[in-house]
Design a protein around this ligand. Sequence first.
Ligand SMILES: Nc1nc2c(ncn2[C@@H]2O[C@H](COP(=O)(O)OP(=O)(O)OP(=O)(O)O)[C@@H](O)[C@H]2O)c(=O)[nH]1
Length: 617
Amino acid sequence: MSPKARTSPVPAATDPAIIRNFCIIAHIDHGKSTLADRMLQLTGVVEQRDMKAQYLDRMDIERERGITIKSQAVRLPWELDGVSHALNMIDTPGHVDFTYEVSRSLAACEGAILLVDAAQGIEAQTLANLYLAMENNLTIIPVLNKIDLPAAQPEKYAAELANLIGGDPDDVLRVSGKTGMGVEALLDKIVRDLPPPVGDPNAPARAMIFDSVYDTYRGVVTYVRVVDGMLHPRERIQMMSTRASHELLEIGVSSPEPTPSKGLGVGEVGYLITGVKDVRLSKVGDTVTNLAKPAQASLPGYADAKPMVFSGLYPLDGTDYPVLRDALEKLMLNDAALVYEPETSAALGFGFRVGFLGLLHLEITRERLEREHNLNLISTAPNVEYLVTLEDKKMVHVTNPSEYPTGKIAEVREPMVSATILAPTEFVGAIMELCQSRRGVMGGMDYLSEDRVEIRYRLPLAEIVFDFFDILKSRTRGYGSLDWKSDGDQVADLVKVDIMLQGEQVDAFSAITHRDKAYAYGVMMTGKLRELIPRQQFEVPIQAAIGSRIIARESIRAIRKDVLAKCYGGDITRKRKLLEKQKEGKKRMKMVGRVEVPQEAFIAALTTDESKDKVKK
Ligand SMILES: Nc1nc2c(ncn2[C@@H]2O[C@H](COP(=O)(O)OP(=O)(O)OP(=O)(O)O)[C@@H](O)[C@H]2O)c(=O)[nH]1
């Protein structure tokens, strides 16, 4: 049957019986966005000629990197047995940094397609997302994707999936998002197997906000799922957490372009526009109700996204500070997970301490700031947040080594995570060794099949958030996958290592590390700086210290750079030119005490390999 024959105009879907709300959950790269593309095409909502890969990934960065960052919701018409249905599909991100987006989307659905690459099998985020879906009581449709690949092993992985969620391996659908094979059958199965939404159409309206995005032209666009009652355009609505009221300027569904409608009823997923300019006024997790007939109780919300990693962002050119401030403000309109506050560094000048969900989030934010606002930025070495208790019982939250208290410290607590690693059994030894070296404590181990194992560890966040995944990948030859979630905190033996140039402390290079690793950090940093800082007219000692104890030392020998050395004779204009040029060069230097440090040295010393050139995890 041709795709057209199976689709019909979107019905005014106020009858919940014909609605199905679902999301696609998968490990990163298992093909969610490609499958979503095929569904858009098969249901006819996107014309063949307008189709482009990853249709729903709207941000440039999403397209370039081939990853989904923001969730998207689209309505798809699908006819089964002569009845028109409205399927609301919510595409979700796969990377662990954006898990909070996934959990929000799940709460708006009745069902989830659990998509597994037929050449890879179950991976860590497959499990993590499956557990999230189960916690939300979703009906799960297991699907193997990429069956067109020669390396696909559908039999093996269908058995693995059936073993994991129960059921018969033959019931696991096999599709190819690339060729479209099996996708029609999947759409049929969604209609047949997923329960329609239930809610009370006559009750006061209650709609849950699962995403809010800032659009330059339309202001904040809020995505909602209506649970009870109905929302109409032009009526006044109320946000239940703040009691703030707004007029509904527009309400509609994305299919996938925004299409205004006459209202949204029980079970519907759509967008609303109120004219507010700040996503925080349309907070994710909040409940929207009618002002005239407000609901009694709000829907259960979600936990706020909590920043895990902090880094200082400084403009290379100090005069760009106001531009950076405005840019951050704008970005925050769209990214409720981003937090920032101004900070100053003796070495880098004025900047901001910014909290991120993880390194990928940091990198994407930095890239967007640089690209969309034409900024050149230095980001300082990322840090987790420590809780320091002083002997006088005062407690300090430290997100920046320069805030580390100098007084008598009673204890320092660091954030912990519980991590799940999936890999072929042959790598168990290598994985355990890696986790052990990162101060991990093993929680358990399960065999998913005879050649795949799930290993659980409790580890300090600081030990896994930076380069752990890369090392895991290389030690498992690319087969290991990792997922983690935060798991309280723990007392740790941490120290602050300071770096000094000619006896002057350079705050931007300080770090908080475990005592056992302080020496290695000191040696690494002093060595790196010796290479990076040009020789000066006097000798420059570079020292690493814990308090007043020096743990590593290097020195840069003196030199006097005479730019006029090659200029014999008395050509005054040429001499002046050379001296002018030297002055220009010096502008790019930062003075640390009497030492001139080139900007590049800061960038190179602070750029850990994983905060650079990293594309996908
Ligand atoms: N051969 C084949 N390749 C596929 C299929 N589906 C997806 N791919 C490829 O797999 C890669 C990842 O696909 P995406 O759709 O971007 O994966 P994703 O799960 O959406 O990734 P995130 O959005 O980053 O979570 C791309 O290179 C796709 O072209 C398929 O059915 N067959």
